[in-house]
Structure formats: C-alpha cells, structure tokens
Design a protein around this ligand. Structure first.
Ligand code: CTP
Length: 392
C-alpha cells in the first residue's frame, strides 16, 4: 500500500502508522509532499519503509514520472495520514501538482484520508464541502479526534489515534479483497419498451445505483459484467459492459452471463410490461381514447431464483408504500438472499438522485441505512454480502 504524508505537525505520527502497518505484514511505500519533509525528513521514512520515498515526480526526469504510474497501479490502498486541508482540496478538485496528488488521480485503489488541522479550518465550509465531495466519491475518512491541538486550540481537528487509522486501513485492505476471484453480474438502469419507432415505455431509473454497485465490486477484486439499460452515465472502467434496451434483451444477456457468476445483483428497474407488438410505423392519432395492449415481461430475478443453486442473489425493491413489508414479500417470492429496499417517494433519495436511503433485508433481519451517497450505499451492500456469505 501507499502511505501519503502531508505537511502538518501530525506528520511524525505517520512513522508510527507505518510501523504498526508493517507489524501487520503490510508492505508500505511512502509518498510525501514537499511541506511534509519540513516536519519529518524523508530519510526517516526511507529507513523505516525500506523503499525510496517519492516526493517530486519531476525531480529525476522521466523515470520518476513513470514511477507515479507504477505505484498508482501497484497500490492496493492509498492512505493519507495526516491529510491537510490543502491536500483534501486538491483531491476534491482534481489538482495534480506533486507526486501525491498525481498518484491520487492515477490510482483505482481505495483511498483513505485522516484529516488533521485547526478546528476552524476543519469547520470551514469549503473543507466540509471538499470532504463531503470526497466521501460521495468513495474516499474513506478516518474522523479526527477532539482535544488540544498543536496550535493551542481545543476542538476537532486532531489527527485520529494511530490504532484507529491502522484499523481503518486494515479494514479497507480486507474489503479490497472481499470479492477477489468472484464473478459478479450487475444489472442497472431502466429498460425501454418500444411502442412504435418514436415512442416507448420506460421509467425514471438513472442507473447510478447499479453503476456504483458494479464499480465497488470491481474495486473489491471481482470480475464484473455490467448489463445496462440506456443511461447517460459513462461506461465504468475495468469491467465488461453489455448494453441492452428492452426487458427481453436484458433477460437474454443475464441468461448468457449468469452461469459464470457466483453473485447476481439486479439493480435494474426492469419494466414489468411491454407492448404486445411494436408498431412498424408511427401510430397516428385518432379521435377518442387510445388503448395499448401490454403483456408481461420475463421476471429476470424470479427466473434466477428458480434456478438458484448456490448463487447469491441481490434484489432491489423500489416502493412508495409499506416499504419493508413489500420488500420482505418480494425477497421470499423471488428467493433472494439480500433485498435492498428503497422508498422512491422520499425527497432527495432514490431514482435520479446521487443519494439513497435503504433498508437491507436478509434472512437474519433488517438493517436500516440513513441517507448516504450511492457509492457509500454500494459499499454497505457489499459489506453485508460479505458478512452473510461468511456465515453461510
Ligand atoms: N425484476 C426483474 N425482472 C422484472 C421485474 C423486476 O428482474 N421483469 C427485479 C428488479 O431488478 C428488482 C426486483 O425484481 O431487483 C424488484 O422489482 P420491482 O419492480 O420493485 O418489483 P416487482 O416484483 O416487479 O413488483 P411490483 O412492480 O409489483 O412492485
């Protein structure tokens, strides 16, 4: 893993973090900012880590430029402890003007930051916003403690305790490997059922929940197949993406990909009905009411439940009434291991939103999760999957 050290008084504690991680058999490479070297010499980290310390990607010309790429590729975790307001701002806004900030942009490894700063800086709206932005993109935060700060103030902003930072890093590393060797199929987005060449039936799903679920599965080591209905989202990196349009196309794609998968997550909002026939030409208006003949589509999740075997099934229940009761019934009916229930009538959550609040329902009971980013929710869903499968 990579330990990033930035310039504040807490930098000396990074030495203890490094030692503690080494005690747990973690190989640590250190990247420092220029300011960090004013608090602790690079030599200290070099001697402790037994690897060269990386500070300036331009210092030694082409070779070290390549090094930030190789470190970014090889890293299984980037932990930044302590993380100053400055580095959090750069991470949040994508500024890459030194080795650490360049590495942050170049790595697909999980990132954990342990902020440390004066209490007023920690509470400044721009710092609060930057941290919130980073959290919503999946960056983990080891919350600072409260106490006497080096500047003499009493308040929040003190670097978290070393054991807490190390535990958070170890948990992130184990999550990172929690789906290693697994093949996961995730469906996402709406389906589109054509009526004629210009009209269709669809729904308000944006695809975000499924995309985040697929990305987190990839980050935890799974081979991922994302079967997606039409969305405006960019195709995620590092997975096979199968684009489909209708419920029937989605059903065919899942039937083709599921046999190789130990886990299927049906996050797509699949249309329950489609027009009985697609009109070959545009339907012209007439006087009076118009009727549309609809027929049922295949229930993909139900079909997977019927041929379940040892495959782990994740279903989603989008409800406006009796959330838990309806989701519980669907879980039983479709033989689903974990049902993610969300109330789509709630403001600021669900369809087309970046955030969601959900209830996870499984054979052991239910877990109520507050409003959080879909990325965080995806992390919590995969955490629960790992717990349930470990117990099975
Ligand atoms: N689902 C599916 N195939 C369908 C319809 C739904 O695989 N044709 C899956 C969804 O991807 C979701 C779960 O079933 O994981 C629940 O979907 P939902 O539409 O909420 O429930 P339905 O069972 O369709 O019931 P209803 O529409 O009556 O609420």
């Amino acid at each position: 893993m990579v330990l990033g050290v930035t310039g504040c008084i807490g930098a000396y504690k990074a030495c203890e973090v490094l030692r503690e991680l080494q005690r747990r058999d973690v190989d640590v490479h250190v990247v420092m900012t220029e300011h960090a070297t004013r608090f602790v010499g690079a030599m200290t980290f070099e001697a402790l880590s037994r690897h060269p310390v990386f500070i300036d990607q331009f210092a030694l010309g082409a070779e070290s430029e390549i090094r930030h790429v190789s470190l970014a590729d090889a890293a299984d975790l980037l932990l930044v402890a302590p993380a100053t307001a400055n580095v959090l701002g750069k991470f949040a806004r994508g500024i890459a003007d030194d080795a650490l900030t360049t590495l942050f942009l170049g790595t697909t490894a999980p990132v954990l930051v342990a902020p440390a700063m004066n209490v007023n800086m920690f509470r400044h709206p721009v710092v609060v916003e930057n941290l919130e932005m980073l959290r919503s993109r999946g960056v983990g935060v080891v919350e600072p403690g409260t106490g006497y700060l080096a500047c003499g103030w009493l308040g929040e902003g003190r670097l978290a305790e070393v054991p807490d930072i190390v535990d958070a890093a170890m948990a992130a590393l184990s999550r990172r490997r929690s789906l290693a060797g697994e093949t996961v199929v995730v469906t996402a987005g709406p389906t589109v059922e054509d009526i004629d060449p210009v009209r269709f039936i669809s729904n308000r799903s944006s695809g975000r929940m499924g995309y985040r679920l697929a990305e987190v599965a990839r980050d935890r080591g799974a081979t991922v197949v994302l079967v997606t209905g039409p969305t405006v989202l960019p195709a995620p990196r590092g997975m096979e993406v199968v684009a489909v349009r209708s419920a029937e196309e989605m059903a065919r794609a899942v039937a083709e990909k599921a046999p190789g998968a130990g886990i299927v997550a049906m996050a797509a909002a699949v249309s329950d009905y489609r027009p009985a026939a697609v009109a070959p030409g545009k339907i012209k208006k007439q006087d009076g009411a118009q009727k549309l003949d609809l027929v049922r589509t295949t229930d993909i999740l139900e079909s997977l439940g019927e041929a379940k075997g040892t495959r782990f099934l994740i279903g989603f229940a989008a409800e406006t009434d009796d959330l838990v009761e309806n989701a519980r019934k669907k879980r039983m009916a479709k033989r689903v291991d974990l049902m993610v229930a969300n109330d789509v009538s709630r403001n600021g959550a669900g369809f087309a939103s970046e955030k969601n609040a959900a209830v996870l329902i499984d054979a052991k009971g239910q877990t109520d999760l507050p409003l959080m980013s879909k990325r965080e929710l995806a992390e919590r869903i995969w955490d629960r999957v790992a717990e349930l499968r470990a117990r099975a």
